[in-house]
Design a protein around this ligand. Structure first.
Ligand code: ATP
Ligand code: MG
Length: 240
């Protein structure tokens, strides 16, 4: 059976694609899943994260260079073995389209800002094109990231995302654990087992797995308010 693929995409840079891709793969691995992460970004951020040797799963660099035909990249990623493949995608149109086309589930991180909401709309334009071309369902999970509920933007982000009509994950807080996990070359669960960041990633992983394993008869999940729960910012980044 081929690997179940999760594409982490967003047309805007710096929204947490690499952070979420590396952390989600780490959580799948921690649960015993046979997972590989594909670093498609020429900047190689996920590879840099892995360089200290503290991640428990393989990271393969299969770069998708801007302007290059995606066919060879698609073939290479399709051949990656394992039960799960998580793809960290650069914020470039062609790459977003290629990554989504291969995916069983797409994750779109979004920061609480007007610019990011606009970029999310443009990312979903690409999703629409790909959905029209394929028969398999494509659940898209919007992930509010770096959410600080002390701010108006942080409190409103879930409501703002609802207009897109996609699945919305419970927010991920703005937490230094993610920054420290990167500089230490380990997962947030290894850095702070039982901490808020690890808990939020566990919840996201539950949600992703539920869509990866849903019955094929379901064309596409309805937007799920049930997936939305308030986040508790025990460790807001600005506070630690
Ligand atoms: N929830 C979070 N809390 C605090 N910091 C975060 C969080 N998510 C991401 N960051 C930080 O934000 C910065 C950008 O994150 P990341 O590199 O994952 O974004 P990206 O979307 O992959 O960027 P690019 O488009 O450049 O590849 C990093 O310094 C990362 O540590
Ligand atoms: Mg990145």
């Amino acid at each position: 059976m081929r690997a179940k693929r999760v594409a982490v995409v967003q047309r805007k840079g710096g929204v947490g694609k690499t952070t979420i891709a590396v952390s989600l793969a780490a959580e799948i691995s921690r649960r015993g899943g046979d997972v590989a992460l594909i670093d498609a970004d020429p900047l190689r951020s996920a590879c840099h994260w892995a360089e200290l040797g503290g991640l428990t799963y393989p990271i393969q660099q299969i770069t998708l260079h801007p302007g290059q035909p995606a066919t060879r990249w698609v073939n290479a990623v399709s051949r990656v073995a394992g039960a799960y493949v998580v793809i960290d995608t650069p914020p470039v149109d062609d790459a977003v389209a290629a990554s989504i086309a291969l995916a069983d589930v797409a994750i779109v991180p979004c920061l609480p800002s007007g610019l990011d909401l606009e970029a999310t709309g443009r990312t979903l334009d690409v999703v629409r094109v790909i959905r029209a071309r394929r028969s398999a369902p494509l659940p898209v999970i919007l992930v509010p990231n770096r959410v600080d509920r002390r701010t108006l933007e942080g409190r409103q982000i879930v409501e703002e995302l609802e207009r897109f009509g996609e699945i919305i994950a419970p927010p991920i807080g703005s937490r230094y654990s993610f920054v420290r996990a990167f500089s230490s070359g380990i997962s947030v669960a290894a850095l702070d087992p039982g901490g808020s960041a690890a808990h939020e990633l566990g919840v996201l992983c539950d949600l992703v797995e539920s869509y990866l394993h849903q019955k094929p008869a379901v064309r596409r999940a309805e937007p799920s308010r049930a997936a939305v729960q308030p986040s508790h910012d025990h460790e807001a980044a600005s506070a630690s």
